[in-house]
Design a protein around this ligand. Structure first.
Ligand SMILES: *[C@@H]1O[C@H](CO)[C@@H](O)[C@H](O)[C@H]1NC(C)=O
Ligand SMILES: *[C@@H]1O[C@H](CO)[C@@H](O)[C@H](O)[C@H]1NC(C)=O
Ligand SMILES: *[C@@H]1O[C@H](CO)[C@@H](O)[C@H](O)[C@H]1NC(C)=O
Ligand SMILES: *[C@@H]1O[C@H](CO)[C@@H](O)[C@H](O)[C@H]1NC(C)=O
Ligand SMILES: *[C@@H]1O[C@H](CO)[C@@H](O)[C@H](O)[C@H]1NC(C)=O
Ligand SMILES: *[C@@H]1O[C@H](CO)[C@@H](O)[C@H](O)[C@H]1NC(C)=O
Ligand SMILES: *[C@@H]1O[C@H](CO)[C@@H](O)[C@H](O)[C@H]1NC(C)=O
Ligand SMILES: *[C@@H]1O[C@H](CO)[C@@H](O)[C@H](O)[C@H]1NC(C)=O
Ligand SMILES: *[C@@H]1O[C@H](CO)[C@@H](O)[C@H](O)[C@H]1NC(C)=O
Ligand SMILES: *[C@@H]1O[C@H](CO)[C@@H](O)[C@H](O)[C@H]1NC(C)=O
Length: 545
């Protein structure tokens, strides 16, 4: 073999080597995001018959078996994004329930909620948007113009949305509800932009805020995400009580999915770039059987919906559910209003060690609320805002009164109620009152995008089981928290106030990010991760061939 042949061979070899290296690095580059694995918990819901028209009896009780959350809840809180291509999250997610009949009650055992996904959003954006390019690149959202029956018509019929309550006032003012006029001279609230917002109006608030989003596009091919402005919770709310048959309950979810799957935008990613917002808890959209006694609609089990993502006020752990804060009462228009409010909460003198606003669950043996109320009543340092007969019930629905008590309290008890989470969590953060949680699913395992990763940095955790067994005195436990810890936790919740409130829908903040901004960043990151996963498997196939 002469020298020139050898050289040719060498060049060819170098070329092959380079190509192989290139394909390999592209492949590596794509392996970036994925799901976290989780430990298993077991949650039991007991759901009374739907036919029963008494709203008070339609509660989801939580009988949480004792777990080891108490001791290691800090470790459980995620979010160290590790990549594990092998995680069979979706398969597990499909195998989550077994059903037991217990007389007229139905018992669901939901095994191992699959992990919530934490996406490193900033990373996605810095990679996507090199300097001088369109600042909206990677952030464009296309909003469907849905047939009116999926949103506008529901608003027109607002008086029929709930069996025992007229929702019209709650849905006024772009979904914020009626404006609050503070009658006393106490100056509990700041001057502007407080509304008596209903906990279930997030769909409308989110949609109206999206109308003013800075990177909207009418060109769906440019869009990084596609928003489906369906008012899923308002829709199902009509049928949750009153014994409606399942074909009525599932009618519009099914029609919507049929409509979506026929849109040209659907084809691009089989709906995986689509997302919705649900202003009710996940449980209301995940009916497991076609038994009329079973709760809610099947929306999120429809095949199209399984490909989409949904932002909800409470997740039950499916990989396409992303919990975001309940709406609270303050909807500022400017950064400055928020900064002033933070300053006010920082300087507020607080007379009560702790407080609780809520109702007992007298018929539930598993609820700790009865015990908490008892302890609060017998504790001089506790203020109770009772939401039940015998108490001044009207106070508990009065935002000024609730905000007054919360901003006068160092700690606010946030036990599970009809579900794990409560709107009150966000009211207490807004008031600079340190939340006390009794279950990791009340916040630590839910609002991963919005709340600090380390639960103990902003809240106190008292295991539910210790309360049930009467092993703790809440007043003593809370008194035991050192002053410096209290100050640090309070500073932390005051710091996150902007992230947990929804600004006035027609406004934009300058430097602060509100709950909407954080949610949009999160969903864009999530969809980008899905997109990469699809591209990855494509590349993987090409390499394999
Ligand atoms: C508790 O059960 C009793 C008897 O079944 C019923 O009368 C009452 O309304 C229930 N209370 C609540 C708050 O559901
Ligand atoms: C909980 O802790 C106990 C005692 O430390 C241990 O035996 C048990 O395996 C733990 N359970 C789980 C689910 O980690
Ligand atoms: C991720 O977890 C590892 C070990 O579990 C830890 O050393 C590291 O600091 C974590 N990284 C982040 C960004 O939290
Ligand atoms: C996936 O799992 C298989 C078998 O458990 C293992 O051989 C393979 O290396 C894993 N792949 C990745 C990317 O982790
Ligand atoms: C689903 O769960 C049941 C009971 O835990 C188990 O027997 C079955 O193998 C599981 N199926 C899958 C696909 O994981
Ligand atoms: C999209 O089209 C509608 C109707 O033509 C128009 O009113 C709107 O301004 C457009 N939006 C954007 C972001 O171009
Ligand atoms: C469901 O109820 C509607 C109205 O009450 C009725 O028209 C329909 O036939 C019912 N469907 C089934 C399957 O029972
Ligand atoms: C959901 O996505 C998968 C691809 O991951 C696709 O095969 C399936 O057809 C999609 N489902 C619907 C209803 O579009
Ligand atoms: C602390 O709470 C217990 C009951 O939980 C009560 O008996 C006691 O009086 C309370 N202490 C004070 C100082 O309020
Ligand atoms: C008070 O805190 C100390 C250490 O932080 C702990 O050892 C003790 O058990 C706590 N007491 C109560 C009543 O919580």
């Amino acid at each position: 073999m002469d020298i020139s042949m050898l050289r040719k061979q060498l060049v060819r070899f170098r070329f092959v080597l380079l190509i192989t290296l290139f394909i390999f690095s592209v492949f590596l580059l794509c392996l970036d995001y994925s799901f976290l694995t989780t430990n298993t918990t077991r949650i039991t819901y007991l759901v009374p018959a739907v036919r029963n028209n008494n709203p008070k009896q339609v509660e989801i009780e939580i009988d949480n078996t004792p777990s080891n959350f108490s001791t290691n809840f800090n470790e459980i809180i995620c979010c160290n994004t590790t990549y594990n291509q092998n995680s069979s999250v979706t398969d597990e997610a499909k195998n989550v329930s077994t059903i037991h009949d217990e007389g007229n009650r139905r018992k669901y055992i939901i095994n191992s909620p699959p992990p919530l996904i934490q996406v490193n959003v900033d990373k996605v954006f810095t990679k996507l948007a090199p300097k001088k390019l369109d600042p909206c690149l990677g952030q464009y959202i296309y909003v469907y113009d849905l047939p009116a029956r999926f949103n506008k018509d529901l608003l027109k019929g607002c008086d029929t949305l709930m069996k025992w309550e007229n929702m019209c006032p709650h849905l006024s003012n772009l979904g914020l509800g009626t404006k609050i006029v503070e009658k006393s001279n106490k100056k509990v609230l700041s001057k502007k932009n407080w509304y008596a917002t209903n906990q279930f109006s997030l769909e409308l608030i989110f949609h109206n805020t999206m109308k003013n989003y800075k990177c909207l596009t009418n060109d769906s091919s440019l869009a990084s995400a596609i928003y489906v402005p369906y008012y899923a919770g308002l829709d199902v709310g009509k049928y949750l009580w009153g014994g409606f048959n399942i074909s009525i309950r599932d009618e519009s979810p099914k029609e919507l999915m049929k409509w979506l799957s026929q849109q040209p935008q659907w084809r691009k990613m089989s709906g995986k770039d689509h997302f919705m917002v649900g202003g009710r808890i996940s449980y209301d959209f995940r009916r497991r059987s076609d038994d009329i006694e079973d709760w809610g609609t099947k929306l999120m089990f429809l095949p199209e919906a399984s490909n989409m993502s949904i932002l909800l006020i409470e997740s039950s752990g499916y990989e396409n559910e992303f919990p975001i804060p309940y709406p609270t009462y303050f909807h500022p228009k400017k950064d400055d209003e928020i900064i002033k409010w933070q300053r006010k909460m920082r300087n507020k003198k607080r007379d009560y060690l702790f407080s609780f606003a809520g109702a007992p669950r007298p018929n539930s043996t598993s609820s700790i609320r009865n015990e908490l109320i008892k302890q609060c009543e017998s504790s001089k340092s506790c203020k109770l805002v009772g939401c039940y007969f015998g108490q001044n019930k009207k106070h508990c629905g009065d935002p000024v009164h609730v905000m007054d008590i919360f901003q006068n309290s160092v700690f606010c008890l946030q036990p599970p109620g009809d579900s794990f989470t409560r709107r009150s969590i966000f009211d207490s953060i807004l008031a600079g009152c340190i939340p006390v949680f009794f279950h990791p699913q009340s916040a630590y395992k839910q609002y991963l995008w919005h709340l600090p990763k380390k639960g103990s940095s902003y809240s106190v955790f008292i295991p539910e089981i210790d309360v049930k067994r009467k092993k703790v005195m809440i007043n003593k436990t809370l008194l035991n928290v050192s002053k410096s810890e209290v100050l640090a936790m309070r500073e932390e919740i005051i710091r996150i106030i902007p992230r947990i409130l929804y600004r006035y829908p027609n406004s934009r903040l300058e430097t602060l990010e509100d709950a909407f901004d954080v949610a949009v960043k999160g969903i864009l990151g999530r969809i980008e991760a899905m997109r990469r996963k699809i591209t990855n498997s494509y590349h993987a196939k090409v390499v394999a061939v």
